[in-house]
Design a binder for this molecule. Sequence first.
Ligand code: SF4
Length: 92
Amino acid sequence: MSSEPLVVWIDQELCTGDGLCVQYARPVFEMDLDGLAYVKDAGDELLVEPGAKTVVPVDLVKDVIASAKECPGKCIHVERASDFVEVAGPLA
Ligand code: SF4
C-alpha cells in the first residue's frame, strides 16, 4: 500500500448498522441517530450527507482499510484522493 492520500466514504444504503467500522477507526466513523455509519471530517464533524467523502488520517490508513475489508455491508469505499480509484472496498 502506498502512502498517497486516501479518502473514504460509506454507502449508507447498504450499511447494516453493526458499528464495526467505529471500533476500527473512531476518529473517522460514527453512528448517527438513524443507526447508520457516517464519516467525520478532520474537525470531528459528522458528515451526514449520504456518501460524503473524508480524508483518511495517515495514522489510521491501516485501520480504515481493515474496516473496509471487514465491513459486513461491504459498503466502505477507500479511494485514492488523486483519482478516486478504489483501493479497498467492494470495488477494489
Ligand atoms: S462496518 Fe459497514 S455495515 Fe457496519 S456500521 Fe460500519 S459501514 Fe455500516
